[in-house]
Ligand binder design. Structure first.
Ligand code: NAD
Length: 503
């Protein structure tokens, strides 16, 4: 594995082209300036300007939507095996440029290289997985009735909008774009303004692999301008959105006039429940991994620890020791475990909870402060002595910040776990099988792991309940969103047709 110096050297090579020409929008296979000029992408590592980025408006979205519409018929009708081959070539392109993607992502978002080097490859896996599904994506059912041979078939819904956030943006973009392309949809992608670099790499890789012009278009810009225009555009048939819950609600309103189909992957305040009969060493490792890896900027992070009163003191003491040992540093240093937070705005939000925790009467058992002022670094933080009514237990902080809350009975643990507006994931640690079945049955979450951290398996459904989302990704669930079901009934004989207007 390369060290920090090697990574910095490689990065400076990769950044040169961005520094020289900035990031342009990509519409119909051509580069375009933003109609509103440019904004700047800032690195959270040292607050330096990385490059100018095209600031798209409704005009740019309109051009991209027209391009996606024009490319749709050809892409829809491309034989499935051809589409499959192309998607595999995109996966190979991603693998070939995985290090460039990883280093650019780290510099743009502050994510540690330790985790991002794998995120690029997971992006390639998404393309490979959905490439394998292409051939059967349109298959339907045969539902014979007494008088009709009924069949169903699936057809791509049309041009779709994909709006992505800044946390692990490359992987998340592929997670949406790969199934959309596999379905036969064309795409207008609006990446997060805080992390534009790797979205540009993705569209380049796709076009180099042979993706026809206009099948994937990328328009940069702000959510309230370019994002809003995408949701409102009549040619765009559906919006796949990943981001905050309140933005999801805005997107639903913005798409109402054009009756948009929406898929929402939103926020979380996910509980990890540790019972006193659990394998506590493994539980400790998983609790730490699921909130402090990826800077805690992860929708599935377990940001609320519900710990049984009998083991609370020992468990929290071990946590404090480990949390204080987490290596915070330069994200390109392969030893770094936590890098800087993505932006000033997000840094201000996360650090504001340190004061909120004190004001609410919780204990800051570890961390609770920023580190230096060269970048947006914070110490991994643990709040103890908290209760579920506090803001630190209810609100998504989205940083390396864990709130620990004790419980005494299984009923109380369940009540606390469910007592939040969100319901994305839940993690349960117990060696009592009957309890695990009973508890997970009642836990309000779209995805639950028992005696495990979050291990993603692509054919399984991914998504949340309550304020955490609407819809599911993964396996065939993705196709349900990007495709329309069609029913066709063929008469098998001369069944009786009720006759009107006959004397
Ligand atoms: P955000 O909602 O602020 O922004 C996400 C995207 O929406 C950006 O591209 C932004 O420009 C765009 N946007 C903002 N306002 C818009 C509007 N009015 N119309 C259209 N688009 C608009 O989210 P963020 O801060 O970038 O990302 C962090 C959030 O994402 C967290 O809440 C996290 O939990 C969530 N997230 C959820 C999942 C999941 O699978 N459930 C995965 C990753 C992140």
């Amino acid at each position: 594995m390369s060290g920090l110096d090697d990574n910095l050297k490689s990065l400076s090579g990769y950044l040169k082209r961005f520094e020289q020409s900035g990031i342009l929008n990509r519409i119909a296979g051509q580069d375009h300036k933003g109609s509103a000029g440019v904004f700047q992408s800032i690195s959270p590592v040292d607050k330096s300007v990385i490059c100018d980025v095209a600031q798209g408006t409704a005009d740019d979205i309109d051009a991209a939507a027209q391009a996606a519409k024009e490319a749709f018929a050809q892409w829809r009708d491309l034989p499935a095996v051809e589409r499959r081959k192309l998607m595999i070539k995109i996966a190979e392109g991603i693998e070939a440029r995985a290090d460039e993607i990883a280093l650019c992502e780290c510099w743009d978002t502050g994510q540690a290289y330790k985790f991002m080097s794998k995120a690029a490859l997971r992006g390639a896996e998404n393309f490979r997985y959905f490439a394998d599904q292409v051939v059967q994506a349109r298959d339907g059912k045969h539902l014979k009735s007494p008088t009709l041979m009924n069949i169903t078939t699936r057809v791509p819904i049309g041009p779709v909008g994909v709006i992505t956030p800044w946390n692990t943006p490359f992987m998340l973009s592929t997670w949406k774009i790969a199934p959309a392309l596999a379905s036969g949809c064309t795409v207008v992608h609006k990446p997060a303004e805080a992390s534009p670099l790797t979205a540009r790499l993705l569209v380049e890789i796709a076009e180099e692999a042979g993706l026809p012009a206009g099948v994937l278009n990328t328009v940069n810009g702000f959510g309230e301008e370019a994002g809003k225009a995408l949701c409102e555009h009549p040619l765009i048939k559906a919006i796949a959105f990943v981001g905050e819950s309140r933005t999801g609600s805005l997107i639903a309103k913005q798409g109402a006039d054009t009756l948009k189909r929406n898929h929402f992957e939103l926020g979380g305040k996910n509980p990890v429940i540790v019972f006193d009969d659990a394998d506590l060493d493994r539980a400790l490792d998983a609790v730490i991994f699921m909130i402090y890896s990826i800077n805690g900027e992860r929708c599935t992070s377990s940001s609320r620890l519900l710990v049984h009163e009998a083991i609370r003191d020992t468990f929290e003491a071990q946590l404090v020791e480990r949390v204080n040992n987490i290596k915070v540093g330069h994200p390109l240093d392969p030893k770094t475990e936590v890098g800087p937070l993505v932006s000033k705005e997000h840094f201000d939000k996360v650090t504001s909870y340190f004061q909120i925790a004190s004001d609410e009467g919780a204990t800051i058992a570890a961390g609770g402060e920023a580190i230096g002022d060269t970048g947006y670094f914070v110490k991994p933080t643990l709040f103890t002595g908290a209760n579920n009514g506090m803001r630190i237990a209810q609100e998504e902080i989205f940083g390396p910040v864990l709130t620990s809350i004790p419980f005494t009975t299984e009923e109380e643990a369940l009540q606390l776990a469910n007592d939040v507006p969100y319901g994305l994931t839940g993690y349960v640690w117990t060696n009592d099988l009957t309890r695990a079945i009973r508890f997970t049955d009642q836990l309000e979450a779209g995805m639950i792991w028992v005696n495990s951290e979050n291990v993603r398996h692509l054919p399984t459904p991914f998504g949340g309940v309550k304020a955490s989302g609407i819809g599911r990704d993964g396996g065939d669930w993705s196709f349900e969103f990007y495709m329309e079901q069609k029913h066709i009934g063929f008469a098998t004989g001369q069944h009786k047709i009720t006759r009107l207007g006959v004397q």
